[in-house]
Design a binder for this molecule. Sequence first.
Ligand SMILES: Nc1ncnc2c1ncn2[C@@H]1O[C@H](COP(=O)(O)OP(=O)(O)OP(=O)(O)O)[C@@H](O)[C@H]1O
Length: 373
Amino acid sequence: MTHKTSIHRLKLTDFRNYATAALALDGRHVVLTGENGAGKTNLMEAVSFLSPGRGLRRAVLADVARVGAPGGFSVFAEVDGIEGEVEIGTGSEGEGESVVRRLRINGTPARSVDELTDHLRILWLTPAMDGLFTGSASERRRFLDRLVLSLDPAHGRRASDFERAMRSRNKLLSEGRFDPAWLTGIEQQMAGLGVAMMLARREMLGLLAGLTARQDDSSFPSARLALSGFLDEESDAPAIEIEDRYLAALANGRYRDAAAGRTLEGPHRADLLVRHADKDIEAERCSTGEQKALLVGLVLAHARLVATMTGHAPILLLDEIAAHFDEGRRAVLFDRIDALGGQAFMTGTDRAMFSALGERAQFVTVRDSVLSA
Ligand SMILES: Nc1ncnc2c1ncn2[C@@H]1O[C@H](COP(=O)(O)OP(=O)(O)OP(=O)(O)O)[C@@H](O)[C@H]1O
């Protein structure tokens, strides 16, 4: 049985175009409609700050505070969360380079933003992700890592520790300091972290494949997912052996990497390969509408996975989700979102696009930075 997590009160201060705004929600899905530039995406971005990271725009904190505001921004929410009712307050403090994120849970400062995942999981799909299949490998990698992170909060720490170790190796090599003991120490760290990252990504793909294989409607086609670009041939070997092989590759690649000015082999070079399962063609060769449907199918499958693994349906932020689809497909989409059992926030310029949701959603109008339910 999946429990619902939902936000029932939201208060923003100096967040983007909002000086102050408050919204009382009744637990249903939330449809935000309003003209272009009204502040719909900003409101969803505020919700996305109730999860670790930089929010759905991957923003620099200093850009989020309202232009002209004297200090930072704040987002306050009352949430019916994984561990019951909780009050979450987050925001920014400081100026210029030294802006930092603050988080309070039930009024007490949190040790780390990762604590947010004890209370709720938030997933999103934005128009900026439309070019995922045709864009760069680094965007797909980031997308995959976010999928992994939602179930394995330690993945972010592993990735940043790997980055740090790799930077120090690159620096030593670029300075011509081929000290074997020093390099081996760093490379051991990289091998442990890099292989753990690869295995966590692979595990996520395995879990998703199990779910999408059982998907039963054709409106949102299944994707077949694979990893490539890092230790591809090492699929069934024990982790320790894979680690040894990567360690040897790093040691053997020192002069090559020094000449290239970067580390040529590692989890930072992996790519997520996506195919339209029924048509058996690469996602990048699908039509725009098919690509959007594949992406929606993927995000919904992931949401289902998070609900199954945690026992709590995640909160979904779906920016301009309805625009690409015809009426029939929209109705199927809303049914599938609803069947997940969580609370979804959706935006659009036209309220009529969401009529198939009927009583399942609360409609909120955004006009001139004012919210009215
Ligand atoms: N830090 C900021 N301070 C003040 N205003 C900002 C800030 N950042 C963005 N804005 C403004 O917020 C407004 C609303 O942006 P938002 O992306 O939420 O619009 P939207 O309703 O989603 O529009 P669309 O339908 O076009 O996607 C924009 O006019 C933007 O210039």
